[in-house]
Design a protein around this ligand. Structure first.
Ligand code: TSX
Ligand code: MN
Length: 603
């Protein structure tokens, strides 16, 4: 076997050596490349993909060192129907996950992976989720046959030789990935190799391993992200009494210079990345970003909840991102970035997507690689098209981004997109109620592709596709975490809704940078300021407690935004109660009692 560097010089970790050796025998690659994580390695792989026609180099002056990839139209998003949690017992996976018997699944995977890297290079990528050496961080190693994956992993994680120096002879999470497109007898390669009819994204929570076959896209293929940092890590977190959450982490500094950290979970299409990089409209307030997608949180030596971002990059949805809606994201992707399935301009090769500018450029090539005309009803960029960019390029990266101790979390925010019923903001009575708020997260659908628009979808903790075990047990774990420290050290919990509409169907709250006004109220609550009224559903802002200075909104808007229709909220509680029935006796009694108490108060 041809190696780029001798295996025994690269690592002496016995688990790693035998895992690599076994997989060479199973996958039959043409070559093996042990990644060092260097810029030279990245540049060489990009150069290779450009010359093969797999990548388009963007104009060096307009967007330095940046590349565009156009995927197979059948491989454009995570595939939940092909995602499995293979715990020994089905009940361990719970009612919200696909489950298959682990030995059966292992057999199927063995057949799929057998010879799947013929004619290709097998890359081995050591990566750390979290700052190297942090005691909240964990190490994984991914095997893949996709150069696109190697380059994305270099942006999204801390990757390469430096990780092996930290790993030494310890355990790692093995992540095996193949696009499932072997090249037999010098068969020619294609632009985006994959095997859409044979996709499997499989997790073995007890042995903490991941197998992904057939897809080269996003969360299906960059295994550090959803597969490791959420599905496998949620199981590790349960076993080791910490939290692996689908949350952004932001630093908020008030005009007096006091900085606090908030974490927030939202279902998709609520603007989580926009909130993480908020450009505040209130003078003197500052927002900084620690992470836009995933938070690992552990109770620290000082008994506060400490959070790290396990990732090192943004893998964000491109459409809708603009200098108006998210200037900090736009600045993060000015260079050294990878774009997938966006449109591009033909003359000076640069990227474009819907709502990036008011009018589209005249010389657009769409994500299929075809000329696009502005009269087309199909979007030029795929709705799930993405940018990959290093967090270090974000102008408002938080100074504690690399702190191995993590940042202390003062508030946890849940939210959803709701045109009625749910007020702009309210605060939980306590941690138990906060856990109920997380369990009750739900959002109205926006994309027509996902069924009817406006239909209510439950997405507890925004973790529905990402919890690696029984979600009822996950709720119980949240309650347990609340018992590990004193209530004054626990974060306060809030629920927000930026999306309430008036009778004419218009959004009432201006959102975006103006959300700082809501964050300011929360900031004050975490300082113990008495600016809230107790109501049946939780603490609501007192009249005039939300700073609307300089904001031009109709005089009765705040009243509508903060109003609670008792009957409608009671029905909301009934709907949640009905939803929770699926968890049977795994649904914690403590949450049942809290829900009953709120129902009673609303009667
Ligand atoms: O991201 C959003 N946020 C959070 C920002 C920090 N979006 C976009 C959601 C899709 C990803 C929002 N959309 C937000 C919001 O707070 N609010 C809205 C609704 C809205 C849309 C457009 C306007 C106002 C509100 N524009 C005007 O009224 C001019
Ligand atoms: Mn996400």
């Amino acid at each position: 076997m041809q190696f780029n560097t001798p295996l025994d010089k690269w690592t002496s970790n016995p688990q790693l050596i035998s895992w690599i050796t076994e997989n060479i025998a199973l996958l039959s690659p043409k070559k093996v490349h042990l990644c060092d994580g260097s810029q030279e390695e990245y540049d060489a792989l990009m150069h290779q993909m450009v010359s093969q026609g797999k990548a388009i180099k963007l104009d060096e002056k307009k967007r330095p060192n940046s590349f565009l990839f156009l995927s197979n139209p059948d491989d454009v998003a995570r595939v939940e129907e092909c995602t499995f949690i293979c715990s020994k017992k089905k009940i361990e996976a719970g009612p919200t996950n696909n489950w298959e018997e682990p030995e059966e699944m292992k057999k199927r995977l063995k057949e799929l992976f057998s010879g799947s890297m013929e004619g290709r290079t097998m890359y081995v990528i050591p990566f750390s989720m979290g700052p190297l050496g942090s005691n909240i961080a964990h190490i994984g190693v991914q095997i893949t046959d996709s150069e696109y994956v190697v380059c994305n992993m270099r942006i999204m994680t801390r990757m390469g030789k430096k990780v092996l120096d930290v790993l030494k002879n310890d355990r790692f999470v093995p992540c095996l990935h193949s696009v499932g497109y072997p090249l037999k007898d010098n068969q020619e390669d294609i632009k985006w190799p994959c095997s859409p009819e044979n996709r499997y994204i499989v997790h073995f929570p007890e042995e903490r391993s991941i197998f992904s076959f057939g897809s080269g896209y996003g969360g299906n293929a960059l295994l550090g992200k959803k597969c490791f940092a959420l599905r496998i890590a949620s199981v590790m977190a349960r076993d080791e009494m910490w939290l692996a959450e689908h949350m952004l982490i932001m630093g908020i500094t008030n005009p007096e210079g006091k900085r606090k950290y908030f974490a927030a979970a939202f279902p998709s299409a609520c603007g989580k990345t926009n909130l993480a990089m908020l450009a505040p409209s209130l003078p003197g307030w500052k927002v900084e970003v620690v992470g836009d997608d995933i938070a690992w949180m552990k109770i620290g030596k000082d008994n506060t909840l400490r959070a790290i971002n396990p990732e090192a990059g943004f893998f964000g949805v491109a459409p809708g991102t603009s200098y108006e809606t998210n200037p900090n994201a736009m600045k993060s992707i000015e260079k050294n970035s990878i774009f997938t399935n966006v449109a591009h301009t033909e003359k000076e090769v640069d990227v474009w997507w819907e709502k990036m500018t008011k009018a589209p450029p005249s010389d657009l090539i769409d994500w299929y690689g075809k000329k696009w005309d502005s009269g087309s009803e199909k979007p030029a960029a795929h709705p799930n098209s993405r940018f990959t960019a290093p967090i270090s390029q974000c102008p408002i990266i938080d100074p504690s981004f690399e702190d191995p101790e993590g940042v202390p979390i003062s508030a946890i925010i849940f939210g959803g997109r709701r045109d009625g019923v749910i007020p702009l903001v309210y605060e939980a009575f306590d941690w138990t109620h906060g856990t109920l708020l997380g369990a009750g997260v739900s959002s109205q659908t926006t994309a027509a592709a996902k069924g009817q628009v406006g239909k209510l979808r439950h997405d507890p903790f925004a973790m529905l596709p990402f919890c690696g075990y029984n979600m009822g047990d996950y709720f119980a774990h949240w309650l347990n975490i609340g018992k590990q420290t004193s209530s004054d050290k626990l974060p306060k919990v809030f629920y927000v809704n930026w999306f309430r509409k008036d009778d004419a169907g218009n959004f009432i709250w201006p959102g975006f940078g103006e959300n700082i006004r809501v964050l300011k109220w929360m900031f004050e609550r975490t300082e113990g300021i008495n600016n809230a009224d107790e109501t049946p559903i939780g603490y609501l802002p007192k009249k005039d407690a939300i700073d609307i200075s300089g904001l031009k909104i109709p005089s009765n808007s705040m009243e509508i935004l903060l109003s609670v229709d008792k009957k409608a909220f009671y029905d909301e509680m009934l709907d949640q109660e009905k939803y929770f029935e699926m968890f049977e006796d795994h649904f914690p009694n403590e949450l049942k009692e809290m829900l009953s108490k709120i129902k009673k108060a609303l009667k």
